[in-house]
Design a binder for this molecule. Structure first.
Ligand code: ADP
Ligand code: ASP
Ligand code: MG
Length: 417
């Protein structure tokens, strides 16, 4: 039956009863003849609590110690799941990131996996032992514990699947990827198959069901990926589904999907802040002087809009950054006022980015116009627009986020019938 990596998120391992339920899912796959590795997150809420503890201990804490603390939640669930599996007579052992090792770069709090030495795990899996790996953790070049950023267990799972040449099933509290976050749009529909490219856009534009980096890795290493439910009964016929489509959402190459809608999904992100500089000289080099120092400070800029001001000689430039970066961006720009040559600097939070995504856009005209009209009909003002081949994003007042998302969901014919 081949090798399989099963990943369970925080709500899937929230308490002992949930962990026993996870053991039943694992048992089903072992009995079906798979060699299984499991990747687990910390119990729901644990990572948040650990982050708060670090912040309260010292606002400017050592990033290496922060990682040592916040990686600990996964250690508990990996051990508990190994015990629960052993209780059911299934040979299992837990693996910490450093024990494998899962090697990463040294960027504490947002490390990237460089290599997983999975030889020993593979050997034991062949002998019938289930490997239970702590998600989210790795070991840096300085031999200190690192973490992969929020939601990073998805990435641990896909990276392990790539190293083991295995399939990867992501078990979570929804039964697949939906046309929109089902918590916001009750009429959202489950997508049967979605391309890696579309999933990558959806993840990076706000659908937190998969961490963006995990989709990138799956795309590069061609890992067969499925998102499915932890809370369907583990022994139901649906979970055993021999249906080629699988019980959840399959993330796959474009040639494996059946093209249906122009727009596949809609996402939103409230994690946006807007910075405007007014009355800068409209001459070559201004944008370089503005965005160069921001790049050097490792601040990612997203949407950029430039318009000429009334006098025809100066321009206004507006751009967005993640909310967490806005203070740092202002600190970079204030001292550079003379060099950039602007008159005023403003910043604003309380804005949101709403995006529509779909590979069908490549071959259809009028997709953007439909978006703008749907928003205009509800009196929602668009502050900025960006597009790529398969997505259109607009910036709006955050107060209208839910309304905008629902209106667009209907406008593109995505509502469940
Ligand atoms: P886990 O703890 O299992 O990693 P997450 O909370 O990280 O789970 O991700 C699952 C959640 O993602 C769902 O509960 C859902 O609210 C949210 N979500 C956002 N957008 C989507 C989407 N398009 N499809 C499915 N779930 C989505
Ligand atoms: N426990 C980590 C978090 O809450 C990693 C994960 O759940 O994927 O971000
Ligand atoms: Mg997650």
């Amino acid at each position: 039956m081949g090798r399989l990596v099963m990943k369970f998120g925080g709500t899937s391992v929230a308490d002992l009863e949930c962990i026993r339920n996870v053991a039943l899912h694992v048992e089903r796959e072992v009995k079906a003849g798979h060699e299984v590795a499991v990747v687990v997150s910390a119990m729901a809420g644990t990572t948040d609590t650990l982050i708060d503890l670090c912040r309260n201990a010292a606002p400017m804490h050592d990033a290496r110690e922060y990682d040592a603390v916040i990686a600990s939640g996964e250690q508990v669930t990996a051990g508990l799941l190994a015990i629960a599996l052993q209780e059911r007579g299934i040979p299992a052992r837990s693996w910490q990131g450093w024990q494998v090792p899962v090697k990463t770069d040294g960027v504490h709090g947002a490390a990237r996996i460089s290599e997983i030495e999975a030889g020993e795990i593979r050997k034991r899996m062949e002998q019938g032992q289930v490997a239970v790996l702590t998600g989210f953790q790795g070991i840096g070049p300085d031999k200190r514990i690192t973490t992969l950023g929020r939601g990073g267990s998805d990435t641990s799972a896909v990276a392990l699947a790539a190293a083991l040449e295995a399939r990867c099933d992501i078990y979570t509290d929804v039964d697949g990827v939906y046309t929109c976050d089902p918590r916001i749009v009750p009429g959202a529909r489950k997508i049967k198959r979605i391309t890696y490219e579309e999933m990558l856009e959806m993840a990076s534009l706000g659908a937190k069901v998969l961490q963006t980096r995990s989709v990138e890795l799956a795309m590069v290493y061609k890992v067969p990926l499925q998102v499915r439910s932890t809370f369907e009964p583990p022994d139901s016929d649906d979970q055993n589904s021999s249906d080629r489509a699988g019980p959840g959402t399959i993330v796959c190459d474009e040639d494996e999907t059946v093209e249906q809608q122009v727009v596949t999904g809609i996402t939103y992100s409230k994690d946006e802040a807007k910075i405007s500089i007014r009355r800068v000289k409209d001459q070559p080099g201004v944008s370089a002087a503005l965005f160069g120092p921001l790049a050097e400070a490792d601040i990612s800029v997203d949407m950029i809009v430039q318009n000429v001001s009334a006098d025809g000689e100066t321009a206004n430039i507006t751009f967005t950054v993640a909310t967490r970066d806005v203070e740092r961006a202002l600190e970079v720009l204030k001292p550079a006022k003379e060099r950039i040559g602007y008159h005023e600097l403003h910043s604003a939070t309380g804005i949101a980015k709403v995006s529509v995504i779909g590979i069908g856009m490549r071959s259809h005209a009028g997709v953007a116009a439909r978006m703008f009209k749907a928003l205009a009909d509800r009196g929602i003002n668009i502050q900025a627009i960006t597009t790529s081949e398969i997505k259109i994003s607009v910036l709006i007042d955050a107060a209208y986020t839910e309304l905008a998302v629902r209106v667009l969901h209907t406008a593109y014919g995505l509502d469940a019938t």
